[in-house]
Design a protein around this ligand. Structure first.
Ligand code: SF4
Length: 443
């Protein structure tokens, strides 16, 4: 199975549309070389850069990041939403973290890399810009810079933490066989996306229980075709049984949704004790699920690009949404929503952005379950957005905005990488609650 050294998600387009969101919503850590380079650039107030505080902050021993303006924007962002480093010295003079976003590059085999994208970028969510395939040369150069001097051959992520007897772990060609089966399963649009996800969860469970002596190479292909075929037979069409998730899984789900909805900006980090108390208060309300849903702040770029849901202002009674309001039908199983979320899932699968080093070292099985959980989380957040304007039907923009919000944290929020957060995800599966959450919030 020969593969090009750099695999690209050819189903995706992207180009920067200067929304400035990444320069307002991300904390940019820089290397010591980049620190020296920026210091040599000799920024002064005459360039429009505030000298009220140093442009570079030390956050730990040998760790630095760019300072922020009072409104949370990067110290180098100008009034038009453009980067002053880029304008004065050109794109290569910017920190690598700025140049890489919204790409994410992961190991895909011996001396091979694969590219995924972060859907926190509104242009990625909307599939705007030239095809990724047309950016091969630029991405090749960027990838070389990312791995420069530190590339080593990684083992593939584990298939399962407790390996099914006989399935070979640590073998890239077999790992890619699993990826292909997942990707094919998600791409099969003969049924609704939620049905495809149910089928995949069913065959992953068969993999988990398998007791074969050795399964690898062509035998693994046969085995995967057998289990995927069995899963299709078990759920042949869109006639899904709908079960309300039980109380315990609803609590775990709400807590995870709250983590995915968090938007920790520089301003929030600086917020102090009052901010921490209000976050604790919100966590308690998410646990009980009673009364009104606490304030959730969308990022400025998400509100600007996808329309303002007034998500941050719950002081007006007309915007108050009760947790119970989010449990009815919102007309969610629609082709346009399915297409968006299918593209999202396929980019994450092809870019190995759901397990291994990209996802707190989780195995392929647990990682895919976590990725599947993004479906009900995004749909729940989209319901909240729709409910805040009094709508009973989702707009595509509700789902796009919710996906951008949740993916900002997916694989990146340290709170989602804690043992308790990862346990919540793996506990939902054996309880059959992951499938209940999928079907319930697909309505
Ligand atoms: S250095 Fe430039 S590109 Fe990077 S965050 Fe600041 S303004 Fe944005």
């Amino acid at each position: 199975m020969s593969k090009p050294p750099l695999q690209l998600p050819v189903i995706q387009n992207w180009g920067c549309h200067n929304c400035g969101g990444c320069c307002r919503e991300h904390l940019i850590e820089i290397t010591e070389d980049e620190k020296r380079r920026i210091e040599k650039q000799g920024w002064t107030a005459a360039d429009g850069v505030s000298m009220a505080r140093p442009v570079i902050q030390q956050i730990a021993r040998n760790r630095y990041r760019l300072a922020h303006q009072d409104d949370g924007a990067c110290v180098f962002l100008d009034e038009r939403g453009l980067c002053r480093i880029h304008a004065k010295f050109g794109e290569p003079a910017k920190p690598l973290a700025c140049r890489v976003y919204p790409y994410a590059v992961h190991p895909a085999g011996p001396q091979e890399l694969t590219v995924s994208l972060r859907f926190s970028c509104p242009s990625v969510v909307q599939n705007l810009g030239p095809s990724i395939a047309s950016q091969t040369a630029a991405l090749g150069q960027l990838s070389r810079e990312i791995v420069a001097g530190k590339h080593r051959d990684h083992d593939p992520p584990l298939i399962h933490d407790v390996p099914p007897h006989g399935i070979q772990q640590g073998h890239w060609p077999d790992f890619h066989r699993f990826l292909t089966a997942l990707d094919d399963g998600v791409a099969d649009d003969s049924v609704d996306l939620v049905v495809r996800l149910m089928r995949i969860l069913a065959w992953l469970e068969l993999v988990e229980q398998s007791q074969f002596k050795t399964i690898r190479g062509a035998k693994l292909d046969d085995f995967l075709s057998l289990v995927t075929g069995a899963a299709v037979k078990a759920q042949p069409d869109n006639d899904l049984p709908i079960h309300r998730p039980n109380r315990m899984s609803r609590i775990m789900f709400r807590l995870l949704a709250a983590q995915y909805a968090r938007h920790d900006t520089e301003a929030l980090v600086r917020g102090g004790i009052r901010t921490r108390v209000s976050l604790l208060n919100a966590a308690l309300r998410f646990t009980t699920g009673l009364g009104h849903v606490p304030t959730l702040h969308e990022s400025a770029s998400v509100s600007r690009v996808f329309g303002d849901s007034s998500a941050g202002d719950l002081t007006k009674a007309s915007h108050a949404v009760r947790f119970s309001d989010l449990e009815s039908h919102y007309g969610g199983r629609r082709r346009d929503i399915d297409e968006l979320l299918t593209r999202y899932l396929r980019v994450k699968i092809q870019g190995i952005h759901f397990c291994g080093p990209a996802q707190f070292q989780t195995s392929l099985l647990d990682g895919f379950r976590g990725l599947t959980l993004m479906y009900p989380i995004v749909m729940w957040l989209a319901r909240l957005r729709a409910a805040r304007r009094g709508a009973k039907q989702l707009d595509l923009a509700d789902v796009q905005a919710s996906l951008a919000t949740a993916d900002h944290n997916y694989g990146y929020s340290p709170a989602l990488g804690t043992r308790s957060a990862l346990n919540r995800v793996s506990l939902l599966s054996p309880m059959k609650q992951l499938t209940s959450l999928l079907s319930w919030y697909s309505q």
